[in-house]
Design a binder for this molecule. Structure first.
Ligand SMILES: [Zn+2]
Length: 198
């Protein structure tokens, strides 16, 4: 009788031990191992916008019935909360203030009994193109541009100079004549200056 009671105690002990192991296994597996990630893909992960753009569409795909949030649904940027269609497609319309040069959006999708997934979407505003005036050369093809002053003649003395010659500074504006090359000056009877030797 004592031996039988001892055996029963051992059997109970083993059964309880096995029960704890099995229960522990199910507890661990149900909370972690068997939980899948929610499917989430974006059509694009970034976009570039110009200085006037104020809305950007974020288009993606998740699972039917999943919930999608963006930056935890910050109402200052999201004007339209997405509806996930029956095939899992969604789109978001984002408001981008014109002062915003760079924006990082965190898109999160979660389906029932699955782990949430996140994707990053970045928006970059291209700065406006600034036109820089170059001092010379860019407008040479316009018809009304002033000719390049290669040589300057004096109508009174019939002598021509390079523009930097000191005699040009002393010359009266009324006496000045511009030549694009020295052959033109010589053909019109002008003599080269002995100081600047054009
Ligand atoms: Zn000269």
């Amino acid at each position: 009788m004592v031996i039988i009671m001892a055996n029963i105690k051992i059997i109970f002990g083993v059964v309880i031990l096995i029960g704890l192991i099995v229960a522990g296994f199910y507890f661990v597996s149900s909370t972690d191992t068997f939980q899948e990630d929610t499917k989430l893909t974006l059509n694009s992960n970034s976009t570039k916008i110009n200085e006037n753009t104020t809305t950007v569409k974020v288009i993606g795909h998740t699972e039917p019935g999943a919930t999608v949030t963006i930056n935890s649904n910050d109402s200052s940027i999201a004007t339209l909360y997405p509806k996930v269609s029956s095939n899992g497609d969604f789109y978001y319309e984002i408001t981008v203030p014109t002062s915003m040069e760079h924006m990082v959006l965190i898109v999160e999708a979660i389906a029932n009994d699955k782990k949430p997934s996140t994707a990053i979407f970045t928006i970059e505003r291209i700065p406006p193109i600034t036109v820089v005036d170059t001092p010379n050369g860019t407008n040479n093809n316009t018809t009304n541009s002033t000719p390049v002053e290669n040589f300057i003649g004096n109508k009174y003395s019939m002598i021509f100079h390079v523009p930097s010659c000191e005699w040009v500074e002393k010359m009266s504006e009324n006496n000045k004549i511009i030549f694009e090359n020295r052959i033109d000056a010589i053909n019109q009877g002008y003599q080269p200056c002995k100081a600047c030797k054009p």
